[in-house]
Design a protein around this ligand. Structure first.
Ligand code: 5GP
Length: 189
């Protein structure tokens, strides 16, 4: 879907598809520079990272090896306990490999910090993070994000893989969800 198709659900359009695509090309050049032999496993976090993974992997000029994990955090996300459960694990052994975690968005940082530690505990040779969007004002646990697409304000955003009640993931571009859509509910819940 185009962002204009859901424009009435958004209070603001933050990024068009073109802006995101251009930024991904720059990020891909940085990743190629840092892994000149292409010896890196891209680990995407389902479901939000699917769109970024597809775009980033195809932009890379080496044979990108990819795998996916699905996780869920316990507790109200507004004050998350930081306890993360693996719903789908990797098919790939990560011991000895360079891992690049691919995330749609870094909000509190709880999920990513847990994932970084989890990859290290499995014996990864190195672990870095690539996040398309980051909310610096919402970060509770600082995680070094080596490749970040855009810093955004601490609003609830949808599009480019990010959903509200499973909708909007396939919207090209990113926008702030208008409060009238969730009518008082916590969109993070
Ligand atoms: P964190 O552990 O960094 O707080 O949360 C990361 C996850 O929360 C993301 O992968 C995403 O699924 C969800 N999330 C955080 N902020 C937003 C947002 O603004 N919009 C949507 N749709 N999901 C978000």
């Amino acid at each position: 879907m185009d962002i204009e198709d859901v424009r009435s659900d958004l209070s603001e359009v933050l990024f068009t598809e073109k802006q995101i695509t251009d930024r991904i090309a720059e990020m891909a050049r940085d990743i190629e520079r840092d892994y000149p032999k292409g010896d890196v496993l891209l680990v995407g976090v389902l479901k939000g990272a699917v769109i970024l993974m597809a775009d980033l992997a195809r932009e890379l000029k080496f044979h990108a090896h990819i795998d996916f994990m699905a996780v869920s955090s316990y507790g109200a996300s507004t004050q998350s306990s930081g306890v993360v459960k693996i719903n789908k694990d990797l098919d790939t052994e990560v011991a000895g490999k360079n891992v690049l975690l691919i995330e749609d968005i870094m909000d509190s940082g709880l999920t990513l910090s847990w994932l970084v530690n989890n990859m290290m505990a499995r014996g990864a040779a190195s672990v870095e993070v690539c996040a398309m969007f980051r909310k610096p004002e919402a970060v509770k646990i600082p995680v070094e994000v080596k490749y970040v697409g855009f810093d955004i304000p601490p609003a609830f955003v949808v599009g480019y893989g990010l959903d509200y009640a499973e909708n909007y993931r396939n919207v090209r571009g990113l926008g702030v969800l208008s409060p009238h859509v969730y009518e008082g509910a916590d969109p993070h819940a």
